[in-house]
Design a protein around this ligand. Structure first.
Ligand code: ATP
Length: 347
């Protein structure tokens, strides 16, 4: 994926944007490699879309520089940049067929008819819509419309595809299916994807690397695994996965040290029998099960610990994930109100 010395597909240098007195983007430095699936993840209002719009050329930066394939494009208009954008609302022409929608950009560029047709059909086959070329957008499902929008961007063969919450309008099941397809399509076409989302699971599923945004700044850039296993801050730990933070008195009582600690739910063993033979040197703590959430293949247990509250003052709880290996078991062995012992390895 990333090889040092290679010119990045996109380089942002101290990129900033103010809207009047609102600082939307407060100085972002990023390098995105050629062919990378790169996501910008963060809460609403953290500046992701504004960064994307500046890369596309729709929004002039207040400060900073944008390079595409090594060339400074900061002052170039959108059409002069080798990027295409896919928006959440698709923006398809309702009176045109699927094929005409996809051909449209090439027609504007005066590409000859036969060539146009060939490339549009090829793009539609890439997004697996080859058999629906004659339909109108109104005759398609949400997922299919999303694919048309994608084909319309791919047909231009851009070096970079910018995607702003492209799956946001789809229901959850379709969204999960499209995520997998999107990843496959990206691998097939091999172009750089820059993907904006506030859905952490989506970002973890799709991305080679993720930039986590907060307050107009990049908090951390890392692979999904690194973000999850080694979050660089409490904000990242809280935003990516269940954070299970211990701090203040709770940290001192359980870990024996000051600091802020995050323990992932699947790393915690929940064992009322305290059979911790294989967990020598583990941290342990007792508590009461407050909630059991059945998740199908696993259960979530929310356990209130017998320790003083953290810095927030409230009681300290940890969420524990346990796989349901024994599918024959009807109910989890532990129920609300049970006293349990939790243990995890210090690392
Ligand atoms: P979302 O996930 O909700 O789209 P985001 O992380 O993409 O959020 P941005 O849309 O980039 O965030 O917005 C960042 C900040 O800039 C917000 O405070 C927003 O209100 C503000 N902002 C964005 N566009 C404009 C604009 N055209 N005029 C004024 N303020 C704007």
């Amino acid at each position: 994926m990333r090889e040092s010395g290679q010119t990045p597909s996109i380089r942002l240098v101290d990129l900033a944007k103010d809207f009047g007195s609102v600082r939307a983007v407060a100085g972002v430095d990023l390098e995105i490699a050629d062919g990378e699936f790169f996501s910008m993840l963060g809460p609403s209002g953290s500046g992701k879309t504004t960064v994307l719009r500046m890369i596309a050329g729709f929004e002039p930066p207040t400060r900073g520089r944008i390079e595409l394939a090594g060339a400074d494009v900061t002052d170039d208009p959108p059409f002069a940049r080798d990027v295409n954008t896919v928006f959440q609302d698709y923006a398809l022409f309702p009176h045109m067929s699927v094929l005409e929608n996809v051909e449209y950009g090439l027609r504007v560029k005066k590409v000859a008819r036969a060539e146009r047709r060939r490339r549009a059909v090829e793009a539609l086959e890439t997004v697996r819509l080859g058999e629906h070329v004659a339909r109108r957008p109104s005759q398609l499902s949400g997922g299919q419309r999303q694919r048309v929008a994608l084909a319309r961007a791919l047909v231009n063969r851009p070096k970079v595809l910018l995607l702003d919450e492209p799956l946001g309008a789809l229901d959850l099941k379709l969204r999960r299916e499209m995520q997998i397809e999107l990843k496959q399509i990206q691998r097939e076409v091999g172009i750089t994807f820059v993907f904006v989302t506030h859905d952490q699971e989506e970002a973890l599923t799709l991305s080679d690397r993720i930039a986590v945004f907060n307050d107009g700044r990049v908090q951390q850039v890392a692979t999904p695994r690194e973000l999850y296993e080694q979050p660089g801050s409490a904000f990242v730990a809280g935003f990516v996965g269940t954070s299970n933070l211990l701090d203040g008195p709770a940290a001192r009582a359980v870990i024996g040290r000051d600091g802020v600690f995050s323990i992932r739910p699947e790393k915690i063993h929940l064992d009322p029998a305290a059979d911790l033979g294989g967990l020598a040197g583990a941290h342990t703590v007792e508590g009461v099960v407050r909630e059991v959430v059945y998740l199908g293949s696993a259960n979530h247990y929310v356990v209130e610990l017998d320790v003083p509250g953290g810095s927030a003052g409230a009681s300290t709880t940890l969420t524990v994930l346990r796989q349901n290996l024994d599918t024959a078991a009807e109910d989890p062995a532990e129920r609300r109100g049970d006293r349990v012992r939790l243990a995890w390895l210090p690392e």
